[in-house]
Design a protein around this ligand. Structure first.
Ligand code: IPE
Ligand code: IPE
Ligand code: MG
Ligand code: MG
Ligand code: MG
Length: 310
């Protein structure tokens, strides 16, 4: 990571940690442990990289830090609710708030972190608040669609709309915010937003593949969660295309019985190619960044995202 971004990372980490606090000990312990237990901080670093890559002014740096920390708090709040929705028991290598404290605590801890995100967003320039608001609307809509559409009625196109909404719009928002804060021209803001969207789609493709072939020690999440939750994500679309219908029964035993096919080269190579075509789009669009060192950092981030499933 370039030195300037390393410094930004430390500042943003401090803001995130100081905001994820509560005077109520149980709330404090739930949210501080999630925030301190790792997390790749991808979204805030993308925002800062785009801001720096477009030669954003030092006078705007504090606003960029607040914007970046806001995105991470939003992301973390959505993870708490997502684990409750998906009935996931492990996140970042430790029990989820849902698993450890139950449904009411997970709802309220997520709400609490959203409030902290809004508090941090208050006072940010209107254009930044607007992109955050647009993302949050889309994220809630995407998560809802994923829940209510029965898997046998889900088309690949709708799946793409869902992952764009639930995941990629926040990457888009990170890129747009960085570009807006650096006062980039409208067409550049638009192109960088598109880079974020493509990167976000690739990110969810890989996350979906890791749900069948990941290593819990590396991802911090167990495999098979999407299967038990009845989801139809990328590897299952590819499975159907390659091997025919999926079993209706979503038990542990059935998952184990199809795992070999799910992790076969047919599926992984194809899934990775689909992710690659999106990271390639993002890399191409990132060429607009003025600063070569930062441009390389972001383009390498695109490659590393794919290498999570080499
Ligand atoms: C997980 O996001 C949720 C998805 C959109 C797939 P990350 O993989 O960025 O989670 P952390 O913050 O690093 O734990
Ligand atoms: C989550 O997608 C997207 C969010 C907006 C939180 P997943 O449900 O696949 O994320 P993980 O795998 O639990 O991190
Ligand atoms: Mg989940
Ligand atoms: Mg989910
Ligand atoms: Mg997942």
């Amino acid at each position: 990571m370039p030195d300037s971004l390393q410094k930004d990372y430390t500042v943003i980490e401090d803001i995130i940690r100081s905001r994820a606090r509560s005077s109520l000990p149980i709330m404090d312990s739930m949210i501080t442990s999630l925030v301190r237990n790792g997390g790749k901080r991808i979204r805030p670093m993308i925002l800062m990289a785009v801001f720096r890559g477009m030669s954003g002014k030092d006078s705007v740096l504090d606003t960029a830090y607040r914007s970046a920390a806001t995105l991470e708090l939003i992301h973390t709040a959505t993870l708490i609710h997502d684990d409750l929705i998906d009935k996931s028991h492990t996140r970042r290598g430790v029990p989820t708030i849902f698993a450890q404290h139950g449904i009411p605590s997970a709802v309220l801890a997520g709400d609490y972190l959203f409030v902290e995100a809004y508090a941090l967003a208050a006072g940010l320039p209107e254009k930044i608040v607007n992109t955050c608001v647009r993302s949050l609307r889309k994220m809630a809509e995407g998560q809802l669609l994923e829940e209510i559409i029965p898997p046998n009625e889900l088309s690949f196109k709708t799946y793409l709309d869902i992952i764009s909404s639930k995941t990629a719009v926040l990457f888009k928002s990170a890129c747009e915010s960085g570009a807006l804060l650096a006062e980039a021209p409208d067409d550049v803001v638009r192109d960088l937003g598109q880079a974020g969207l493509s990167l976000g789609i690739a990110f969810q493709f890989i996350d979906d593949l890791l749900d069948v072939l990941g290593n819990e020690h590396i991802t911090g999440k167990p495999i098979g969660t999407d299967f038990w939750a009845g989801k139809l994500s990328l590897p299952y679309f590819l499975y159907r295309e390659t091997f025919g219908p999926l079993p209706n029964d979503r038990s542990q035993k059935t998952f184990q019985s199809i795992l070999k096919k799910l992790t076969s080269d047919d599926i992984i190579v194809k899934g990775k190619e689909m992710a690659l075509s999106n990271t390639n789009k993002a890399k191409e669009l990132f060429n607009v960044l003025d600063n070569g060192e930062i441009r390389t950092y972001l383009q390498n981030m695109c490659d590393q995202m794919l290498n999570r499933i080499l």
